[in-house]
Design a protein around this ligand. Structure first.
Ligand code: SF4
Ligand code: SF4
Length: 380
C-alpha cells in the first residue's frame, strides 16, 4: 500500500476520504479530501486536506497533513486514510486493477514464505476501513476488487457481509478473495456464502503442494493440505470459480509437474492456475536460505508444469517471474503481476525492449536475482 508522510495539524483519529485536486461544490465536500498547495477559504468543508506547503492554524480548517512532498503521486478519485501521525495511506488507487480491501492481519497458517507475516492485532479497524472504502465506491464503476489479509475468512460474518456487498454493488467488477481455503472445509461455513452472487466472484486459493506432508510443512499447520483441498471442492460445489495459486520455492519446485498433473486430475474445473515467483520479504526473507531457488534451477520444472496444465485444458499464468528468467515456451503465460507501488526494474532493464511486458521485481524483496538478468534486444 502506497504511504505518504507529512506533519499533522493535530491529534485527530483516522479520516477516510476520496481525493480531489479540482475541488467540489460545498454540499459534496463532506466525503472528500482536498489536495492543495495551501489552505484557504476554498479548503473549507472537506473531510480533510493534504497540503504540499505549510499548514495553517485555525479551527475552521479541516484536519490536514501538510508538508507532503509527493502528493503528486495521488490521483483524482483515489481513496486515502490520514491520521494524527501525519501518515497518508492510499487505500484505493483510481484506475488500478490491483486494489485490495485488507480485512485482517490474523491468519490460521504460518507459511514459511509469507511476505506479510500475520499478527494477532484487532481486525475491527481494518474492517471499518474496508466498509468506508465500499461506502465511497458506491455508485462508481470499478474493474476489480480483492479481499485479502492475513486470512480474510477469519473475519467471519464481517467477511461474508463485505464480500456480498462488493459483489452486489459492483456486478461489473471481478471480486476476488485471496485465501488459504481452510475454513471452507467446513460445510456449515461455506453455507454463509448464500446470497453472494457467484457470477463475479473468484476465490484464489493457495495450495503449495499436492503432497500433504510438504504442503503442511510449508504452511506450518498439520492437516491444512486436506482442509484446503476440501475447501476448493466445497466452493466449487456452491458454484464459485476457484483459482489455485502456488509459490515456487526450493521446497516444491521439483514437484511442479506432479502438482500440475494433480490439478488436471482432481481440479479440472479450476478456473485458473497461477504459478508464482517468491517475494523475499517478511518470513520469506527470514527463511531465504531454505526457500530460494534460482530461475535456471526451476525453469525446466516450470516449463513442464505449464505444458501439462495447457494439455489438461487448465488456464495457467506465471506471476512474479521476469520475462528474461522464464523459459521461452512459458513467456506467453507470464503476467505483469506486481502491484505498481512495489514494482521496480533494474538499471539494465532500461535497455530491454520487452520491459513494458515484463513484471520486473518486487521492491520489497531482500535480494534480486540480478545475475540472471538478460535484457532483450532488437531481433530477439
Ligand atoms: S502466506 Fe497467506 S496463508 Fe500463509 S501465513 Fe501468510 S497470509 Fe497466511
Ligand atoms: S531485462 Fe529487465 S525488463 Fe527485460 S525481461 Fe529482464 S527483468 Fe524484464
Amino acid at each position: 500500500m502506497m504511504t505518504l508522510h507529512g506533519k499533522a495539524s493535530g491529534a485527530f483519529s483516522s479520516i477516510t476520504g476520496e481525493v480531489t485536486f479540482t475541488g467540489r461544490p460545498f454540499h459534496s465536500r463532506g466525503r472528500a479530501v482536498l489536495v492543495t498547495d495551501r489552505l484557504g477559504l476554498s479548503s473549507l468543508g472537506y473531510r480533510g486536506c493534504i497540503v504540499s506547503g505549510g499548514g495553517r492554524a485555525g479551527s475552521c480548517f479541516p484536519h490536514h497533513v501538510c508538508d507532503v512532498e509527493d502528493a503528486s503521486h495521488l490521483h483524482e478519485g483515489d481513496i486515502v486514510s490520514m491520521d494524527g501521525s501525519g501518515r497518508i495511506r492510499v487505500l484505493w488507487e483510481e484506475g488500478s486493477s490491483q486494489n485490495c480491501l485488507f480485512l485482517t492481519e490474523r491468519c490460521n497458517c504460518r507459511c514459511v514464505m509469507c511476505p506479510q507475516p500475520p499478527a494477532r492485532s484487532d481486525s475491527q479497524p481494518f474492517l471499518r476501513q474496508a466498509e468506508e472504502v465500499l461506502n465511497l465506491l458506491r455508485g462508481k464503476k470499478i474493474s476489480d476488487c480483492c479481499l485479502t489479509g492475513g486470512e480474510p475468512t477469519l473475519a467471519g460474518e464481517d467477511f461474508f457481509r463485505l464480500l456480498r456487498r462488493a459483489a452486489l454493488e459492483h456486478p461489473e467488477a471481478l471480486i476476488s478473495v485471496l485465501t488459504n481455503g481452510r475454513l471452507f472445509s467446513d460445510k456449515a461455513f461455506v453455507r454463509h456464502l448464500a446470497g453472494t452472487p457467484s457470477r463475479n466472484v473468484l476465490f484464489c486459493v493457495s495450495l503449495q503442494s499436492e503432497l500433504d506432508a510438504l504442503h503442511d510443512e510449508i504452511t506450518g499447520v498439520k492437516g491444512s493440505c486436506v482442509q484446503t483441498q476440501q475447501g476448493i471442492y466445497h466452493l466449487a460445489a456452491h458454484g464459485f470459480a476457484v483459482e489455485i495459486r502456488t509459490v515456487i520455492s526450493r521446497y516444491n519446485y521439483r514437484y511442479l509437474p506432479a502438482f500440475a498433473e494433480h490439478i488436471g486430475n482432481y481440479f479440472p474445473f479450476c478456473a485458473h492456475c497461477a504459478l508464482m515467483g517468491l517475494e523475499l520479504h517478511g518470513h520469506a526473507e527470514e527463511n531465504a536460505r531454505k526457500l530460494e531457488v534460482s530461475p535456471p534451477e526451476y525453469a525446466p520444472y516450470l516449463k513442464e508444469a505449464v505444458r501439462i496444465l495447457e494439455r489438461r485444458g487448465v488456464p495457467v499464468s506465471v506471476y512474479n517471474v521476469p520475462l528474461c528468467m522464464c523459459p521461452e515456451e512459458v513467456r506467453p503465460r507470464a503476467c505483469r503481476s506486481i502491484s505498481s507501488w512495489k514494482n521496480v526494474y533494474l538499471p539494465a532493464c532500461s535497455f530491454c525492449i520487452q520491459k513494458e511486458h515484463c513484471c520486473g521485481f518486487f521492491s520489497t524483496s531482500a535480494s534480486l536475482p540480478e545475475e540472471f538478468l538478460k535484457p532483450f534486444t532488437e531481433g530477439e
